[in-house]
Design a protein around this ligand. Structure first.
Ligand code: HEM
Length: 152
């Protein structure tokens, strides 16, 4: 009887873990670039960990969302806003895999290669822009999931 509430709880917890830690990443990268080599190496270690945790949380969000759809009786039984939210979540995965992860890989490689601070700053700006796109999509999905838009 409480299954749907438990799955919804897991869903909401996982979206918080998916996006919460990432909000601090651009500021941490900027701070570490300004503070020099040692700070950047330690920031890379911390942000790699954030990346692992948030990828796992994104999988839990997807699984719990699909789980709820299944519990409600399938895609036909849930409103259009959930379909759109699902589609936009796939778009977030796309921006993550082909944008943010690649931008972060470039920063790591630049740190290892000892590239100058100005280059790192350019790469950090790109990372920050891509993460803002992710955050904007995330916020839009949150609104779609919470407000019964288009429903009575
Ligand atoms: C960025 C990704 C997502 C965010 C921020 C998000 C957020 C939320 C939130 C906050 C709720 C609770 C709404 C409420 O109880 O009023 C919710 C419910 C729900 N979500 Fe998500 N979600 C995301 C991804 C997904 C995905 C990928 C699916 C499906 C594959 C999904 C399916 C659902 C369903 C079926 C509900 C229940 C709706 C209802 O009870 O009316 N969500 N979501």
């Amino acid at each position: 009887m409480y299954t749907i509430y438990c799955v919804r709880l897991v869903h909401i917890l996982s979206i918080a873990v998916w996006f919460g830690p990432k909000l601090l990443v651009p500021a941490e990268v900027r701070r570490a670039i300004g503070a020099g080599d040692g700070a950047m190496t330690s920031a890379v270690r911390g942000i790699n960990l954030v990346q692992k945790v948030t990828i796992a949380a994104s999988m839990v969000t997807l699984a719990s969302g699909l789980g709820m759809i299944f519990l409600f009786g399938g895609f036909g039984a849930v409103p259009t806003r959930i379909h759109i939210g699902f589609g936009m979540t796939l778009a977030i995965f796309g921006v993550g895999a082909f944008g943010v992860d690649k931008a972060w890989k470039r920063i790591r490689e630049a740190v290892t290669a000892g590239r100058p601070e100005a280059d790192l700053e350019t790469l950090a700006r790109r990372l920050s822009h891509l993460m803002t796109v992710e955050n904007a999509l995330w916020l839009a999905v949150l609104v779609l999931m919470v407000f019964p838009l288009g429903q009575r």
